[in-house]
Design a protein around this ligand. Structure first.
Ligand SMILES: [Zn+2]
Length: 108
């Protein structure tokens, strides 16, 4: 069976953003006190990171080294924790806050 080799070839063609999105599947996200969110790898190998909305850019910022170093040179950089929190927020918004009638008053 060479399916494993085939899969590895396919993964290497993903963009860095896609690879980060795939890795974000394994990150656990929760609300943090007094504000923001916590992100933790489900493997438990990594520490908890704190995410919050940057007041100036209105984007998420993360306390991990990846974000701190890459974020400085690449504005708008999203580490795997940012990807995970964005997904978490999107799901929660759809489940709890999204109201089609509010955005499209004529929708049923
Ligand atoms: Zn991060």
């Amino acid at each position: 069976m060479n399916t494993k080799k085939k899969l590895a070839t396919k993964i290497s063609t993903f963009t860095p953003a896609e690879e980060r999105a795939a890795r974000s599947e394994r990150i656990e996200v929760g609300e943090a006190e007094p504000y923001g969110w916590m992100a933790r790898s489900e493997s438990g190998a990594e520490q908890d990171y704190h995410l919050f909305r940057e007041p100036h850019t209105k984007r998420l910022a993360c306390t991990c080294a990846d974000f701190v170093f890459r974020g400085n040179s690449e504005p708008g950089y999203e580490c795997k924790h940012v990807s995970a929190v964005l997904k978490y927020l999107g799901r929660r918004y759809l489940a709890e806050d999204y109201d089609p009638r509010q955005h499209h008053p004529h929708a049923a």
